[in-house]
Design a protein around this ligand. Structure first.
Ligand SMILES: Nc1ncnc2c1ncn2[C@@H]1O[C@H](COP(=O)(O)OP(=O)(O)OP(=O)(O)O)[C@@H](O)[C@H]1O
Ligand SMILES: [Mg+2]
Length: 305
């Protein structure tokens, strides 16, 4: 598959702060690639180095075959950028912003249809300062897509959006992929990353600590399934659960038991083993592990920064 973006050993320091400590990956044509990570992990720094907005301390970045530091406006014509922090003058109306941004590019799409698909039709005449947080975010997404770019960068796409707007944006992103374009996004919503992304990089402390498809990350890191139950008798010995084929871990917290493992029949195997050993239990539930489980396992649960 064709590569549209290539990063080799990207590093970026701000004085003594090493925000990005050597990351390498590529983005393929027609791929939705997500970067996730705790606050301060270095996602915005990395994405803005790819966009040419920040100068890397070292490393090699190629976007559509060009170095974004030196490529100039010809490259920007082909990239769509939505930044984590953006601003439009308060006294500018929504339609004026869309019209103005469209005029910056040689190629432009029908911005009305685009903005309408993002639910902005009724706000064309509103001043930017009078939009709600989520409406502002929709404007920024429309501005990023207004010139039909080949590679789209979205830093925190759905922050502040209501569920309808999130879905509308997911649909838009899938449409962009259908057209053979590529999307690089960051998000704090693991369900979003799991649903949208072909591949996800988990970033922590400036490094990529895992990179694969969401399913592969889940399989590699947590086993596929989780079964939870409560024991009638907190003292009951359930050591035999660890011996069930496919079980990766059994954790006990008082009368609560959590079994993780692979294989679609984990829950029935657990229940059969409990019955065979005459252990009383209740509240059995079973769920597939999610990207959020993987994220918390790999980056820890403690709050940082
Ligand atoms: N312009 C700057 N000057 C100095 N330090 C910076 C600057 N921008 C970012 N940093 C620092 O670099 C580190 C990475 O920040 P960055 O914004 O890239 O993180 P992030 O992963 O995007 O976080 P978030 O999820 O909160 O958006 C942080 O420690 C931050 O304080
Ligand atoms: Mg950020």
């Amino acid at each position: 598959m064709e590569t549209v973006l290539e990063v080799r050993n990207l590093q970026k320091s701000y004085g003594a702060t090493e925000a990005v400590r050597g990351v390498s990956f590529e983005l393929r044509r027609g791929e939705i690639f997500g970067m996730v990570g705790p606050n301060g992990a270095g996602k915005t720094t990395a994405i803005e180095c790819l966009e040419g907005l920040r100068r890397p301390t070292s490393g090699d970045v190629r976007v559509l075959g060009l170095d974004p530091q030196t490529a100039g406006p010809a490259l920007l014509e082909r990239l769509g950028l939505q930044l984590q922090q953006s601003a439009i003058p308060d006294r500018m109306k929504v339609w004026e912003a869309l019209d103005l941004f469209a005029s910056f590019y040689e190629k432009s799409t029908d911005w009305r249809a685009l903005a309408e698909s993002l639910g902005l039709a009724e706000k064309f005449n509103a001043y930017f300062k009078n939009l709600s947080g989520g409406q502002k975010q929709r404007v920024f997404i429309a501005l990023a897509l207004i010139h039909d770019p080949e590679v789209v960068f979205l830093d925190e796409i759905s922050t502040g959006l209501d569920p309808q707007a999130r879905r509308a944006i997911w649909d838009l992103i899938f449409k962009i992929r259908e057209q053979g374009k590529s999307v690089f996004l960051t998000t704090h919503f693991m369900d979003e990353a799991q649903t949208l992304c072909d591949r996800v990089a988990i970033m922590d402390h400036g490094r990529i600590i895992a990179l694969d498809s969401p399913n592969a990350l889940i399989q590699q890191n947590r086993g596929g399934e989780r079964v939870e139950l409560e024991l009638e008798h907190p003292g009951a010995d359930v050591g035999f659960l660890s011996a069930i084929p496919g079980v990766a871990s059994v954790t006990r917290d008082g009368k609560r038991v959590e079994v993780r493992g692979v294989g679609g029949r984990l829950v029935s195997a657990v229940v059969r083993a409990l019955d065979a050993n005459q252990i009383d239990y209740y509240n059995v539930s079973s769920a597939r592990a999610t990207l959020e489980d993987v994220f918390l396992k790999l980056t820890g649960r403690a709050l940082r920064d």
